[in-house]
Design a protein around this ligand. Sequence first.
Ligand SMILES: [Zn+2]
Ligand SMILES: [Zn+2]
Length: 127
Amino acid sequence: MSHTELSGSNGEWSKVEQEFEDRTLKCFDCGNDFVWTAGEQAFFHDKHLTNEPKRCKPCKQAKNERLAAINAAQASGVRQRIEVSVQCAQCGQHTTVPFYPSQGRPVYCRSCFLAGRAAQEPDANRP
Ligand SMILES: [Zn+2]
Ligand SMILES: [Zn+2]
């Protein structure tokens, strides 16, 4: 029988101060790797944020701009006409839609959208 002494376990739990190291994370939106810097980790730790960032800087900014535009539209109380250029998932035509499409969802032009909706509700056309 071997007897192994574990050394160094003398109350190191009191050492709360953590050293942060740059970490590489994968962006949720574009799939690219990005660096979560030690400074940002320290900031997160300081703010007691437990969720790791999910997006790289450009995607985070794009998301913030989308949210800001939506918030601005809601705050103004006036229905603003927004136009987002997209490519129709059905016919491939470039078109604009009056809303901000969510990530990963297919977007259709007006005619494909209406055609798809009619196909989903056969009861609507019943005599
Ligand atoms: Zn990204
Ligand atoms: Zn279409």
